[in-house]
Unconditional design. Structure first.
Length: 52
């Protein structure tokens, strides 16, 4: 997927908003979203792919 930094940022904010809606619909509260590349510490290839 090719996107500018602004497009990627807008898409990410949109996706988090959708996730928040799902959580609220189930009576929950979204408190934190951890970036995917932080889940795979030590796996440099995964970090490069995730950040691009």
């Amino acid at each position: 997927m090719q996107a500018s930094l602004e497009e990627a940022k807008a898409y990410m904010i949109y996706q988090i908003g959708v996730l928040q809606g799902f959580v609220q619909a189930q009576g929950g509260r979204l408190q934190y979203v951890k970036p995917c590349y932080l889940h795979k510490r030590g796996k440099l290839h995964f970090k490069k792919v995730s950040i691009r």
